[in-house]
Design a protein around this ligand. Structure first.
Ligand SMILES: [Zn+2]
Length: 483
């Protein structure tokens, strides 16, 4: 930062800014061990003045007093002095750390966490200065910009140059955490609790400062007496906020589970939808991990056909965010996997509200199925009419025997919206039953009756024994992710 960069304040302008400060106040602050940048923020200065190099600043301040080794207010934060690290060029060090993490990004946002003791220091100083200089005209300009905001002014512009992109509120975050071993004076008061909960107030509000007791002698004296020798500890790390892929999946296998399914170290089925889709997305984004969430589920032996089932994949800490084109490439990669167990459609990046959309959609959806059914007698002509004439049929289902070990015993009412029989050439006891039902209906049980636990059932309607051999989901009607 020794060289004057475009955009930095010129020597003349800087001189004007510094010379314009009330000298009585500046001298008092310097003699109390307050650093140059803190002096700027105490007088409410903003912008580029914080990025000026310390050497050029020192010459502008009174010669009798030099900048303290460790600022009594910011405890080194604005001097780039830390207990674990000292540097004259913090932006460069941050930029180097960021580059090591190999994130791809087009903007960054800076997150700062500063210990509460810094705000205590500001409050003590303000109280001290008010007592001593409150009647001076220049004291009206004594308004604290928070250390956090001053730090942003000191770092953002140089970081934008070093990282060659703008600082905006995006998914890529650089987090700087400052901690100090000394606890806050107000750690036990409600004021302080509130502040730490909301993650430090960004601006030291005029209100909170002026509401301090007028003549708090302990505060006035404390400011002068308490010299802290320990700078803050500094850490820097970067991360990306989660982002989401949405789409629909099709499952062509009766031996693939929706999610990874392991019982006693043994995998059930040959693969899972979750791993095939999530794994490919994760690899393309170079993320740390992913979460897979689908709107409902089908049994491992049920195929998912038609327009497919909506799903979301949440990727944690992705190093790269794929372009629209590379999202298409991920879809193609998944769809070209040789075994063709699973396919995806309409894969796209969606906002984080995708979760809510899907939950809302789940509540209202209808599902269509095709079931391969066997009955204990040959099909009769009147069966077709009998079955298809039933509209919005109410069915009572007690929790199926096959899931009783993990679901509580309940009786639920479900609706079968419509049904249709499709014959299979050359077969009189096998047929395809197409049906549209309310979400959550147990289809297998609706066919065979589950020992009377589901009523009515295809068996009871047709007056014979009915068995289900295969089941496919053929459509899911939902509000979101329309095809
Ligand atoms: Zn300072």
């Amino acid at each position: 930062m020794g060289k004057e960069k475009k955009g930095d304040l010129g020597g003349k302008e800087l001189e004007e800014v510094v010379r314009g400060l009330p000298w009585e106040g500046v001298k008092e602050l310097l003699s109390n061990g307050v650093c140059h940048r803190c002096i700027f923020r105490l007088f409410g200065l903003q912008g580029r003045v914080y990025t000026c190099c310390p050497a050029s600043l020192s010459s502008l301040f009174p010669t009798a007093t030099t900048e303290p080794q460790l600022c009594t207010l910011c405890l080194g934060i604005l001097q780039f002095t830390h207990s674990n690290l000292q540097t004259s060029n913090l932006p460069l060090l941050i930029a180097q750390t960021v580059k090591q993490h190999s994130f791809h990004f087009h903007s960054f946002s800076l997150e700062l966490s500063i210990p509460p003791i810094i705000l205590d220091n500001d409050n003590s100083l303000r109280s001290y200065m008010k007592t001593k200089y409150g009647s001076q005209p220049w004291f009206q300009h004594f308004r604290c910009l928070s250390t956090k905001d001053a730090l942003k002014f000191s770092l953002i512009h140089p970081l934008e140059n070093l990282l060659e992109c703008k600082s905006t509120m995006g998914s890529f975050r650089i987090r700087l955490t400052y901690t100090h071993p000394k606890p806050s004076k107000e750690d036990h008061t409600s004021h302080s609790t509130k502040r730490t909960k909301t993650g430090e107030s960004s601006m030291v509000g005029e209100k909170s400062l002026s509401s301090l007791p007028e003549n708090d002698s302990s505060d006035c004296c404390n400011f002068l007496l308490e010299k802290e020798n320990e700078p803050c500890h500094f850490t820097c790390f970067c991360y990306r906020t989660p982002f989401y892929f949405g789409g629909r999946y099709l499952k062509y296998s009766r031996n693939v589970s929706q999610t990874r399914w392991i019982i006693d170290d043994e995998r059930m089925g040959e693969a899972s939808v979750e791993e095939i889709i999530g794994g490919n997305i994760l690899q393309a984004c170079q993320g740390d991990s992913f979460k897979f969430h689908a709107a409902g589920r089908e049994d491992i032996d049920v195929r998912m056909l038609g327009p497919g089932r909506p799903f979301l994949v949440e990727v944690q800490n992705a190093r790269r965010i794929p372009s629209e084109l590379s999202v298409k490439e991920i879809e193609t990669t998944i769809n070209n996997i040789e075994n063709k167990l699973v396919r995806v459609k309409n894969l796209k990046l969606v906002g984080s509200d995708g979760w809510n959309l899907m939950r809302e959609g789940e509540a209202e959806k209808q599902k269509q199925y095709a079931a391969l059914v066997w009955i204990s007698r040959p099909l009769k002509d009147e069966d077709f009419q009998c079955v298809s004439s039933l509209k919005d049929l109410k069915v009572l289902q007690r929790t199926p025997v096959r899931v009783l070990h993990r679901r509580s015993p309940l009786e639920r009412e479900k609706i079968i919206h419509w049904m249709k029989i499709e014959t299979i050439a050359g077969s009189s006891q096998y047929f395809l039953l197409h049906l549209c039902t309310q979400a959550g209906t147990y289809i297998k049980e609706f066919v065979h009756g589950d020992l009377g636990r589901t009523h009515p059932s295809i068996g009871s309607i047709m007056g014979c024994r009915a068995e289900i051999l295969q089941l496919d989901v053929t459509d899911i009607k939902m509000e979101c992710f329309q095809t």
